[in-house]
Structure formats: structure tokens, C-alpha cells
Design a binder for this molecule. Structure first.
Ligand code: MG
Length: 450
């Protein structure tokens, strides 16, 4: 039996096992109590269990006096923007993001459209545990309304950016293949790409939530898209996850560029238009950092997690930022990872440089990331991390998230999982051989410490 994952950003579980209606109602009442009576925006991806989760969620929200503004099937960033625009007390996206089809989840937003931070999320969890709900009287329960323009608003905000020159992109008549994994992107991305004058070849753009491949947009799951790009001699392929916050690119040669390069390219484009700071998380590739520094930008790193990056971006007035898993954040639109934004920046970058995407990427700093994990029998990860720090005390170490050992042009990061007794080891170096060797060196060292 899977476990119900409860975190400050929401709850996640397998429908039919742990994510049951009573769990959802309880959590909805907790969240609604936290937000107070008023408007809550609700949107969802296309998962086949969405209606089950939604009915339970709405019942819970109404019962504590919240009025629901239903924006329908929408990408996560679209719901974030609607929450902010409609001046709601909060927002919820029904999506398990890149997790497989049997999962579903509630992602919880604050009134500003950002995800709940640790403190806010903890309050919701406490309310769910104590069941100290502010139940509404019979004549004060909430009601539903719909808002049909969330997607239009989102697209318009991107198209209105002063540095997106739609005519210039249209003139290029790019041929693009887009794979929405039958998720939330299906309802908007093909038409959106046509606005840029693209000849669009959609694959898996039926919004029925039947994922035709594992939905995480990593290279091994994108072979169909790669083949299609090659077959049709397209200029580029775009892949998104089921809630369209992550964007992956396939080159004109049909080669997956890796989600890290989505962010590196977006940073390169934005800094060509606006000078300022860049915020990325502690696990993001040096490719993004190098590109930003080459262009004279200060780079600030944060803990992994969208909320950490978004809050830091707001604090330092960053021009662009995000997470290396294809999560581009552009504050000029909103403070959340957004594939719709990412697509526009990449198309504009292509049009500006007037080079094939493969060539643009070849000119970027080249790095390879390796990810491995060690399963532990005890959960005392702190003492292991401390011993590692002691063993490497003469090296450059940063402790923004876990422990990260910095070497010239390379790094290794060791982090404890929040949900399982495992250590995640991640390394990056200019070649696959160096990257794997570095990762293995630390794995062997950790095994000796156990
Ligand atoms: Mg996602």
C-alpha cells in the first residue's frame, strides 16, 4: 500500500488507496478554514480521477464557507495567475504533476498565487490534524461560480510582454511538435503555438488524462516526440508534464536537450533583454549559472522547491529564475514555474539568434548531471552529513540544501529525502564519465560511514 504524502505544499496519494474522499474533505476543510470565508480558485489537470477529488474538495470548501471559482482544466501556472488576478483568498490545483496516472494530489496556493510556504503549510496540516474547522452555518455555506478566461488571461500576459515580438516569430514559420501527454497543456498549447505562426504537429494533445507514456518529461519518456521531430523535420519539439509547469525541449536533430537546458536558454534570452539578478535552486546545473555570469548577472541559489525560488526572486527583484527541471519563472508574468512562458522565451530566442536550436545549445556550457540514491536502514542522516563535512573540511562547501561540495566546474550534493529513509546524491561535471565518477566516489565514501 502506498503512503499518503502530506507536505506543506499539499497532499498526494493513490486514488483508491490513500487519497480517499474523507481524506480530501478533511484537508479541504482545513485549507478553507486557514484561508477564511471568501473566494478560492480551483483548477485541475486532466487526470481520470480528477472529478472524484474535485467533488470531495468542493464539498469541504463549501462547508467552511468558501466560495469556489472554478477555472476548469488549466495548467498549474494558469491557476496561480487566476488566484492572484481574481483576488481570491487562495487557490488549489488538482494535479499530481509529473507522477504516474494512479496518483492525484492537491497543490495549495496562497492568496498571492505562490505555493504555501513552510509556515502556512504547517498551519493547514495542524488544522487537518486537530479538525478545528470553522464550519459555516446552513445559510452561510459556500457556492460555486465559473471563470472561463483564465487561459486567455495567461496567454495574453505572455503575448503582451514588451520583449516578445510576435511578428518576428511568425515570420519564421517554425514547424513545431508538441507533446502534452494528454494533460492540461492539451487544452491550450496547440492553439497557443499557432498564435506564434508555427506549423503545429500535436501529439498526445487529447485532454482525457490517459497518459500515453510516463508523464515526467525526461528524455527516456520522450522517444515518441523525438521520433516525430525527426520524421517531420521540425525545428523544435516541446514537451510538458501533466500540469504544464515543466518544459522540456527536443532539438531539430530529434535529441532531447534535457530540462536543465530549458532554463539555461530562458536565462540567456532574458538577460539579453534585461539586466538583473538570477535565482536558481541549489541543484540547478552550472550551465544556467555560467550563462548568467557570462552575461554579467549575479546568481543566487536557494533550497530546492518552487516556493523557495519564487520568494527569493521577489525579495531580490530577480529578472528571471527557476528550477533545472524545466521550470522557468518569469516575474514579469508571475512568480511560478511556467511552460507557457518558457515556450515564448525559447521561440523568441530562436528567432533572435536565427540559428537551429541544436547549434544554440552546442554553444552553451556543457555539463552532465548524475543522480543516484542510497537506501538507509536508520534515518540518522544528520550524522552522516556531518561526517562528510568533516572529511572534506578543506573543500568549498555550501549548505543551502543538504551538503554541496563545490569543485572547479563540478559539484556533488548529498540531501536527505523528506519522505523516505534515503540519501540522494547528485553530481555535475563537464562529461558523463567525470560526473559518474564523482557521484560514485561519494557513494562509496558514504557506504563506508554507515
Ligand atoms: Mg508539474
Amino acid at each position: 500500500m502506498s503512503r499518503l504524502m502530506i507536505s506543506v505544499s499539499g497532499i498526494r496519494g493513490i486514488v483508491g488507496e490513500t487519497l480517499t474522499p474523507d481524506v480530501i474533505v478533511n484537508f479541504a476543510e482545513a485549507y478553507g478554514t486557514f484561508c477564511g470565508p471568501g473566494k478560492i480558485v480551483v483548477g485541475s489537470d486532466t487526470r481520470i480521477t480528477g472529478h472524484v477529488v474535485k467533488h470531495a474538495l468542493l464539498a469541504g470548501l463549501y462547508s467552511v464557507g468558501c466560495d469556489v471559482i472554478d477555472v476548469g482544466i488549466c495548467p498549474t501556472p494558469t491557476v496561480q495567475m487566476a488566484t492572484e488576478k481574481l483576488k481570491a483568498n487562495g487557490g488549489i490545483i488538482i494535479t499530481a504533476s509529473h507522477n504516474p496516472i494512479q496518483w492525484n494530489a492537491l497543490k495549495l496556493l496562497a492568496a498571492d498565487g505562490l505555493f504555501l510556504d513552510a509556515e502556512q503549510g504547517q498551519k493547514v496540516i495542524e488544522l487537518a490534524e486537530t479538525k478545528n474547522f470553522r464550519l459555516a452555518a446552513y445559510d452561510a455555506v459556500g457556492h460555486a461560480s465559473t471563470y472561463a478566461d483564465a487561459i486567455f488571461d495567461h496567454e495574453q500576459a505572455v503575448l503582451d510582454l514588451p520583449y516578445i515580438n510576435i511578428e518576428k516569430i511568425q515570420a519564421k514559420k517554425y514547424k513545431v511538435v508538441v507533446d502534452c501527454v494528454n494533460g492540461a497543456g492539451s487544452v491550450m498549447l496547440p492553439a497557443y503555438l499557432e498564435k506564434f505562426g508555427c506549423e503545429v504537429i500535436p501529439i498526445n494533445c487529447t485532454p482525457d488524462g490517459r497518459f500515453p507514456h510516463i508523464p515526467e518529461p525526461v528524455p527516456e519518456n520522450l522517444t515518441q516526440l523525438s521520433d516525430k521531430v525527426r520524421e517531420t523535420a521540425a525545428d523544435i519539439g516541446f514537451a510538458v508534464d501533466p500540469d504544464s509547469d515543466r518544459l522540456a525541449l527536443i532539438s531539430n536533430e530529434g535529441i532531447p536537450l534535457g530540462e536543465e537546458y530549458t532554463l539555461a536558454l530562458a536565462i540567456q534570452f532574458m538577460l539579453s533583454r534585461k539586466k538583473g539578478k538570477v535565482v536558481i535552486n541549489a541543484s540547478t546545473s552550472l550551465a544556467s549559472e555560467d550563462v548568467a555570469k557570462q552575461m554579467g548577472a549575479e546568481v543566487i541559489r536557494t533550497k530546492v522547491g518552487e516556493i523557495h525560488v519564487a520568494k527569493k526572486m521577489r525579495e531580490v527583484h530577480a529578472v528571471v529564475g527557476g528550477e533545472g527541471n524545466g521550470g522557468v519563472i518569469l516575474p514579469d508574468v508571475h512568480l511560478g514555474r511556467d511552460a507557457i512562458v518558457g515556450i515564448a522565451l525559447i521561440l523568441q530566442h530562436l528567432a533572435d539568434l536565427d540559428l537551429p536550436i541544436s547549434e544554440i545549445c552546442r554553444r552553451l556550457p556543457q555539463y552532465v548531471i548524475t543522480k543516484k540514491k542510497i537506501e538507509l536502514t536508520s534515518a540518522d542522516t544528520t550524522s552522516i552529513l556531518n561526517k562528510l563535512v568533516e572529511n572534506h573540511r578543506n573543500e568549498m562547501i555550501d549548505r543551502i540544501d543538504g551538503v554541496k561540495f563545490l569543485r572547479p566546474g563540478a559539484w556533488v550534493q548529498v540531501r536527505a529525502s523528506n519522505t523516505e529513509p534515503i540519501l540522494r546524491i547528485m553530481s555535475e561535471a563537464p562529461s558523463a564519465a567525470e560526473s559518474v565518477a564523482l557521484c560514485d566516489q561519494f557513494i562509496n565514501e558514504i557506504k563506508r560511514l554507515l
